[in-house]
Write a protein that binds this ligand. Structure first.
Ligand code: FAD
Length: 469
């Protein structure tokens, strides 16, 4: 009987344990992607980007004699319907780790098994299943360095090769048309501007990895914090949709380490931050929605406010912050150093609740990831595990001097500061929604908040709270 592969964030043929096993089984295989309520609720940029990823993966499946069936509705209902149509005996999928996905998958598994169907979940999204990494006391890690010490010498199994063919069923079931789903509906604001910055699909992801390991990795350790430089891999966009698997990255980078590249180990350490984020998400699912440290519940965060709106619009008058916010609007991503700075600025200088920023990132990032985004925000705010201490307030001006010494990054994205402005700086004004009523202003806005005032206000609120270290 046919086997249904429930495709989610695993849009690749190689390094895909579920697909490799299905190909070997000799059974007819029906890959299906379901637009269920969880997927419907993705942020605008992520949903649009997912649609592009699905189109690329559908083409890849056609290349091995298969197809991607698209269905819409609650996952269990869709799977039960499809199973009955096909007379399928099994449904397989690769695990996800956020609370809503886990709740849904647990329900699906028990209902299918109750119907007498084989329901099996696979690894694939991560290097280490979160529950397999344990402290000496059997608990989970709350500090990254200890996590890294535990995992860095672990064996990582070799990635499976892409199957050459996938057996098709006698008759393909009906499929929705991807265009009818209008995955980019909420992205009409800037899709045309963002498009040239994307790298969609497994082939592009593999080229990105190869190009990165061919050169930039050598200077990764020293240059990865400079946002004007092309010094990082940009693989987060592909990792989040599973267009490349972490095992492929791990093994290709390990080979570089054996050849003596200094940057390679550093790069793997960053990849392990993603693992750590998932480890935390699995063991403390509230990290996405509540202060990880409960004592932060009494901190007088401001809810959404006018200052936060100017922050969102890249109009805070703080050049490094605005360059970064505009970068996100124009490219769909933001450099890691810049993410740290804008998050610190929002939560400390503007004393705004980290969840306000988390939500905006969720709407704008094409590499949005539930684990890394939540961990990043709680880290910056000070409320998370292994977080930056609250009293260490990033000064965006000093950071700009250090990490953007020639102002190349700021000029690239802020039209008002560059003459003549380049394509990305102008692109921002083409991308923003009409409702913002922004035209290239001739004058860059004044500072929303004096840095020393903002810092002092935040530290005072912190000490009143009574937990100053
Ligand atoms: P590289 O430097 O090439 O690193 C390789 C890979 O390692 C990345 O692709 C990523 O998977 C992982 N990695 C690197 N740094 C981190 C990190 N700090 N945390 C977790 N994983 C890391 N990353 C996302 O993928 N999605 C998000 O939604 C996201 N939100 C963030 C929000 C905030 C406030 C902060 C501070 C960080 C966030 N990050 C997020 C982490 C990080 O900024 C990005 O992973 C990184 O910038 C991606 O660029 P790259 O692929 O070129 O990274």
């Amino acid at each position: 009987t046919p086997l249904i592969l429930w495709v989610r964030r695993d849009l690749r043929l190689s390094d895909n344990p579920m697909l490799a096993q299905a190909a070997k089984s000799g059974r007819a295989v029906v890959p299906v992607f379901i637009l269920d309520p969880e997927t419907e609720s993705l942020g605008a940029a992520a949903k649009w980007r997912l649609g592009l990823g699905l189109a690329a993966f559908a083409r890849a499946l056609e290349g091995i004699g298969s197809k991607l069936i698209l269905r819409r509705g609650p996952a269990l209902e869709v799977l039960q319907g499809l199973r009955a149509e096909l007379g399928a005996g099994a449904v397989h999928w690769a695990r996800l780790y956020d609370a809503p996905a886990k709740a849904r998958d647990t329900q699906v598994k028990s209902a299918l098994r109750g119907d007498g169907i084989e329901a099996q979940s696979h690894a694939g999204h991560l290097l280490y299943e979160p529950w397999t990494v344990q402290t000496g006391q059997g608990g989970y890690y709350k500090v990254y360095s200890a996590f890294w010490r535990n995992v860095k010498t672990r064996e990582v199994s070799f990635p499976a090769a892409a199957p050459k063919t996938l057996k098709a069923p006698e008759n393909w079931p009906a499929s929705d048309l991807l265009d009818d789903w209008q995955m980019g509906r909420a992205m009409d604001r800037g899709a045309a501007v963002v498009l040239p910055h994307l790298g969609v699909g497994e082939g592009v992801a593999q080229t990105r990895l190869a190009d990165f390991l061919d050169g930039p990795v050598m200077r990764y350790k020293d240059r990865r914090d400079f946002p004007a430089e092309d010094a990082t891999s940009r693989l987060s966009e592909n990792l989040t949709y599973g267009e490349i698997g972490p095992r492929s990255i791990w093994h290709a980078t390990q080979r570089m380490m054996h050849e003596g590249s200094i940057g390679a180990e550093h790069f793997l350490k960053e990849l392990a931050w993603r693992e750590f984020a998932y480890h935390l998400l699995h063991h403390s699912p509230h990290i996405t929605s509540r202060n990880w440290r409960e004592e932060w519940d009494s901190f007088p965060w401001r809810g959404d406010n006018d200052d936060a709106e100017l922050w969102r619009r890249g109009m805070s008058g703080e050049p490094f912050v605005d360059a970064a916010m505009r970068e996100m609007y124009v490219t769909g991503t933001m450099h890691n150093r810049a993410r740290m700075i804008v998050a610190s600025y929002l939560t400390k200088h503007l004393m705004t609740d980290w969840r306000v920023g988390q939500r905006w990132f969720e709407d704008c990032l094409i590499d949005w990831d539930p684990a890394s985004n939540a961990m990043g925000w709680q880290w910056a705010a000070g409320s998370g595990p292994d977080a930056t201490p609250y009293f260490r307030v990033f000064n965006p001006e000093t950071q700009a001097k250090k990490f953007d010494p020639k102002a190349l990054y700021r000029h690239r994205f802020i039209a008002e500061l560059a003459s003549p402005p380049g394509p990305d700086a102008r692109g921002f004004f083409n991308a923003v929604p009409r409702s913002w009523d922004l035209d290239v202003p001739s004058r860059y806005p004044d500072r929303l908040v004096e840095l020393s005032f903002g810092r002092k206000r935040a530290l005072e609120a912190y000490s009143v709270r009574g937990t100053a270290a």
